[in-house]
Design a protein around this ligand. Sequence first.
Ligand code: THU
Length: 133
Amino acid sequence: MVSMDWDVLVEEAWRVREHAHAPYSRFFVGAALLAEDGRVFLGCNVENLSYGLTNCAERVAIGAAVAAGVTRFLGVAVVADTAVPISPCGACRQVLAEFRVPRVLLANRSERLEFSLEELLPRSSAGILDRTD
Ligand code: THU
């Protein structure tokens, strides 16, 4: 049985944040995503000269997991060096909802806030999807 260890995930998220490609915003983000099988998938933000092509850390982590054939998750930690813990963008909330990532921990250097996906994006699939997988 895999259990959530936020300390490990937060540490991994800070580590991968070092790889962020953010020459335009200079805003560096790291994400560590825990799969049901215990594996951890990492993501950092990857910006582009054409700003709108930017990929957020959360979506890069999801992409890494999906590419490895993993689609079931327990939670994700997202870190940035902000005054208050970072708030994921709407697109990332929708992508986390796609894979039903149930718990989201948002952290800066000194504070952690934990949310359910439902709190971050209420009723994300109501009336649209009826997936059974
Ligand atoms: N960013 C993330 O990677 N995750 C978030 O939750 C918020 C924002 C990135 C996108 C862009 O590279 C930079 O942070 C500034 O918005």
